[in-house]
Structure formats: C-alpha cells, structure tokens
Design a protein around this ligand. Structure first.
Ligand code: DHB
Length: 389
C-alpha cells in the first residue's frame, strides 16, 4: 500500500513525492509517459522562469545544484514599446531577483535525485481512474505490459497537468474559465538571446517575448491568432516578425530552430481543488496564460502547501491543513491569475481599438510610475512562494 499515490511526474508531483520521501512518508508516482519523453522530448519544453521563492524551495529540497551552476540569475526585465526600452530593476523595486532555468531541467533534476534516494516513480503507467470501496481508495492504472492493476492509497494527488483526468473526480466542482483570442507561437533556437535579460515587447503587430535558456540559446514567442497553423510559419517568417515587433530597440540574431510550438492562452481555476482523500495540484487544478511565467511557480507552491498539510496529518494527526488546502491554495492561485491576466492584457494587441487605447495608456503610465513598476516587479519575483516549508 502506498500512503500517497501521486499521479503525474511534473514539477508539482515530483516535488511533493521528494519532500514526503525525505520525511519517510511513502509516496508512489505514476506517470503515463516514459522517463525519456519527459526529460528530452522537445514537446515537453515549458517556461523557464523561477520566482525567487521557487528557487529557494528547490535549493532547500536539495534540488538546487545544477540550477545554481547553469541557471541564470536575472535582476530585471525590459518592457519594449513606442520604440523604447524600459527596464524594471528587481533588486531596487523588491529586494529580490528571479532565476531563468528550463522546466525540463527542473524535472530532470527531480527525477534523478528522487530515484537516487530510493523514491519510486513508475513511468509508462497510465492512470485510468479511482475506485472507493470498504477497503479504501484505489488508483486504477494500466502497466506498460497492458495489465490493469490497482493500488490502495491513504491519499491520491492529481498532478496530471492541464488535460487532467482526475480533475473530473471532484463532484460539484466549479470551473472558472477564460479564453483569450490569442495563441503563442514559441521557438527554441540555437542563437544568442536579443538581450542579457528578457524583453517583453508590445507592438501594433502583436506581442513578442525574447527569453533564453542559456547565453547561446534563445526562447522567443510571438502573439498569433488562435486559428494560426504552424505550417504557415516557416523559419524566415518567424525571425522577420520577431525582428519587426522588437521595433529596433535590440537586435534579433537568427539561428537554427530546435523546437516550434503553438499554445492557446487561457485561464482556468477549479474550485474546490479537493474531494475527500483526493487533492489536485498544478495545472490539473488551474491554468494561467503564459505571460509572466507563473505556471510552474504555482505548481511548486501547491506542492509545498500539500506537503505541509500531509506532514501535519502524519506527524500530529492534525487534519485542519488538509481540510483547508483549497482555501489556502486559492489565495496564491487567484493572485497568479490576476497577474497573468494583467500581463496578458497589458502586452497583447487586442482587436478592439478602445481596448487598445486603454492598454496603451496603462503601458505609458507604467513607464512613468514607480508604484505600478513595483506592482509588476513584486508579482514577477513572487508574492507567495516564500521558500519556507
Ligand atoms: C518564458 C516564458 C514566459 O511565459 C515568460 O513570461 C517568460 C519567459 C520562457 O519560456 O523563457
């Protein structure tokens, strides 16, 4: 019997498993994909910004070594609009900084350490559903050999991503949702980044983001319509559009593409995030549009909250934190939803000219106002991931 069955080997599931294992609480992770797919597939490339507190969470969990060696500490970001660059300086606005380190590397580090310390991750085990009977709560899954088996758990944690199967197991849950009329075309390229820090560029042709994974690898995104198809975006068109939207404030240096993807923008919050002995974490419970890179940070925050709650239960027999998990998690979830919504509407060019007028007024105000800059900066470096657990 596993005490805690965790469905999904993403950042939230793996962090929770690792923290519980360190305390001697048995946790088994079931993951539908193979280890190789998770660690190396270009389809698994996600965002790469860690809030200050997320970096602390990973460091304290013993997961910080490669991140601190190979990740990039950033002390600010640029906003580009009206043909000018505006830098927000995080240390002076917040006393903190952020860390640029790809989610796929975080997952690699977590898998390696967890397995090395004797943790259990069953790859290629697809969870089919849950069953509850007099004997308890069971996770039903298919093994790589095709057999259907079940595992009894004290608790089941759904950390199975934005297409979560376990999300449907919370009776009466309400889905708060918003779809935006934009998608992001993302590329990873063997090319030096446009600047030493990220540039969020607002341009009449649409938003563009200039990020990176290392000093020789850029990660860039373009706002496109939801109906766009990847086939219509050959390499030359992508680079030309990136360059145009940067508006001459820096230089785009093209290079071979390693990956190309399309992501529609949406917001989603499920309430409650728990039912009985089932708890959801990360994208299974909430999705943010990518602007501002909050997704992985939120997932890590959920994992720390649930870890604390499970620890209180197993150590002191105290159920209060488990019962209040949704309530506590939704505080940071809504804050991240607010910030992601703010960044998305601030930076993307809308169809409606009135909306665009409001947005432009806000951007110009931001460039002048230390108060608005501080609002943006303190959300960006993270309000809720304190790093303590
Ligand atoms: C990245 C993604 C984001 O959504 C963002 O706001 C900043 C950076 C990235 O992938 O590097």
């Amino acid at each position: 019997m596993a005490k805690v069955g965790i469905v999904g080997a993403g950042p939230a599931g793996l962090l929770l498993a690792h923290l519980l294992h360190r305390e001697g609480i048995e946790a088994v992770v079931l993951e539908a994909r193979s280890r190789e797919y998770l660690e190396t597939s270009p389809h698994r490339i996600r965002a790469g910004v860690l809030e200050w507190g997320s970096k602390e969470i990973l460091r304290r969990a013993g997961l910080g070594q490669r991140m601190l060696e190979q990740g990039l500490e950033h002390r600010g970001v640029y906003l580009a609009f009206d043909g000018a660059l505006h830098r927000l300086d995080f240390p002076s606005l917040t006393g903190k900084s952020i860390w640029v380190y790809g989610q796929q590397f975080v997952v690699q580090d977590m898998i390696r350490l967890h397995l090395a310390q004797g943790g259990e991750i069953r790859f290629e085990h697809e969870v089919l559903g849950l069953e509850e009977d007099a004997g308890g709560l069971w996770v039903v899954y298919r093994t790589p050999e095709g057999a259907t088996e079940r595992m009894r758990c004290d608790f089941v944690v759904g950390a199975d991503g934005s297409h979560s199967r376990l999300r449907g197991q919370i009776p009466g849950a309400r889905l708060h949702q918003k779809n935006y009329p934009f998608a992001w075309l993302g590329i990873l390229a063997e090319a030096p980044p446009a600047a030493e820090e990220l540039i969020y560029a607002s341009h009449p042709r649409g938003f563009a983001l200039f990020s990176m994974r290392s000093p020789t690898r850029s990660r860039n995104y373009l706002q496109v319509g939801v109906e766009e198809r990847l086939e219509d975006w050959p390499e030359e068109r992508i680079w030309a559009e990136l360059s145009e939207r940067l508006g001459g404030v820096a230089e785009v240096r093209p290079g071979p593409l390693l990956e190309k993807s399309l992501t529609p923008l949406r917001s989603l919050v499920l309430e409650p995030m728990q039912h009985g002995r089932l708890f959801l974490m990360g994208d299974a419970a909430h999705v943010v549009p990518p602007t501002g890179a909050k997704g992985m940070n939120l997932a890590l925050c959920d994992a720390v909250l649930l870890y604390r709650a499970l620890l209180a239960y197993y150590r002191q027999g105290e159920e209060g934190h488990l019962l209040r998990y949704t309530q506590e998690a939704l505080r940071h979830v809504w804050q991240a939803e607010l910030f992601s919504y703010f960044m998305t509407t601030l930076l993307h060019t809308p169809v409606d000219a009135f909306d665009d007028g409001l947005r432009t007024a806000q951007l110009r105000h931001l460039a002048e106002s230390p108060h608005l800059q501080r609002f943006l900066a303190e959300n960006y470096v993270g309000l809720h991931t304190s790093g303590r657990y």
